[in-house]
Design a protein around this ligand. Structure first.
Ligand SMILES: [Zn+2]
Ligand SMILES: [Zn+2]
Length: 386
């Protein structure tokens, strides 16, 4: 038996359906779309249909396939789930069940070339699109990790009837709009072909570019990165380092002001009862992750500094404060658990605990600021002493 690991030159089985689909839509988007525009021209309402459909499909992938079904970060009314099932099928990225099975493997085995279906460690092309076009050891999905989704009737209906659903969404809607407005070809090219290509490659960039370019403030031992530029194209999914650190959070951009239209939409729907049980980690946990990364960065920067010992003392002091804060946090968690069940005690004590948690959170925020200043000073110190 040949046990040699496959190389980039190894011939692999080609998955023809996605390969032909990506090649043909890409080719038409680069040729027929601009040629028709130059020769016939597009109307504003065709561009509007393109933008609206692209946004609805993208949001159905980010809020539906990703945050609702793959991560169960909130719950949604059946009407919204049905909408997501229809429009994520229109995004033409395989059924929700298959999408989620692969995505859960990606989170579980991130950067493992043999088990992460779109490991960025294999390079841009592989993680962007090639993983869907050729068979790899990581291509195999056994669907054991989506048992919960198999109990969702809408997910299974979409999975079992994927071809007719996706065909009617991708051809039916642009065709109907074209007949209504009197230019079928123009509508098919913009709201059909170009929209599919945009939906494909913006999602694919999260698997490729968001694992290569950007910052890692919450977890620095994985390839996933926060990228604010890419984030503008992908409805909030560009905060990918945060997302890999806290995958069960319904938000990817943490602060309410952080550009994350998917999060805003989920929150808006919760106000009218369409979504509920929106999950978020505690702010202390988020600060803890951030500070752990900062400590390791500070230690790295100390290396070449002429005043290494002084910096080290400062850092040790900070580490002691950090450990104390975490101990306090643990105690507060315990106190919270102890007063559960006793209604009167719960009311009064939970208020006191909440205040203490807020204080702790503020302290950690300040510490994070001190550490980023320390890292910068260490850096200039090392630069001047070298
Ligand atoms: Zn990822
Ligand atoms: Zn995810």
């Amino acid at each position: 038996m040949n046990t040699a690991s496959p190389t980039s030159t190894t011939k692999r089985k080609c998955f023809w359906v996605p390969t032909v689909l990506f090649a043909s839509t890409g080719f038409l988007a680069l040729t027929a779309v601009p040629i028709y525009g130059l020769m016939v021209g597009y109307h504003w309402y065709q561009w509007l249909a393109f933008a609206l459909l692209a946004a609805l499909c993208s949001l159905s992938v980010t809020a539906g396939n990703h945050r609702l079904w793959s991560h169960r970060s909130y719950k949604a009314h059946w009407s919204l789930r049905l909408f997501f099932a229809l429009f994520s099928a229109a995004a033409l990225q395989n059924s929700t069940l298959t999408w989620s099975a692969a995505h859960r493997l990606h989170h579980r085995h991130i950067d493992d070339n043999d088990r992460d279906p779109y490991s960025a460690m294999r390079g841009f092309w592989f993680s962007h699109i090639d993983w869907m076009m050729h068979e790899y050891p990581s291509s195999h999905l056994d669907y054991k990790n989506v048992g919960d989704l198999k109990r969702d009737k809408i997910v299974m209906w979409q999975h079992n009837h994927y071809i007719p659903i996706t065909l009617s969404m991708n051809l039916g809607i642009p065709l109907a709009l074209g007949l209504l407005t009197g230019d079928v070809i123009g509508m098919l090219l913009l709201a059909g072909v170009l929209r599919i290509v945009v939906n494909h490659h913006t999602t694919f960039l999260v698997n490729s570019l968001a694992h290569m370019w950007g910052k890692r403030p919450y977890k620095n031992d994985i390839s996933a990165r926060d990228n604010i530029f890419l984030n503008l194209l992908v409805f909030g999914e560009g905060y990918h380092n945060y997302h890999h650190a806290f995958p069960a959070d319904y938000r990817n951009g943490v602060g309410w002001f952080a550009y994350d239209p998917t999060k805003w939409m989920i929150k808006l729907f919760s106000w009218i009862g369409i979504t509920n049980d929106l999950k978020t980690p505690s702010a202390v946990q988020i600060q803890k992750a951030k500070l752990s990364v900062q400590f390791s960065q500070a230690e790295e920067k100390l290396g070449g500094s002429a005043h290494r010992e002084d910096w080290l003392k400062l850092l040790e002091n900070e580490a002691i404060q950090f450990a104390r804060a975490l101990e306090n946090w643990k105690n507060l968690q315990l106190q919270r658990a102890q007063c559960r069940g006793d209604k009167i005690a719960e009311k009064w004590r939970s208020l006191a605990i909440q205040n203490k948690v807020k204080e702790l959170e503020f302290g950690l925020k300040m510490q994070s600021r001190r550490l980023s200043r320390l890292i910068k000073q260490c850096q200039t110190d090392s630069a001047t002493s070298s």
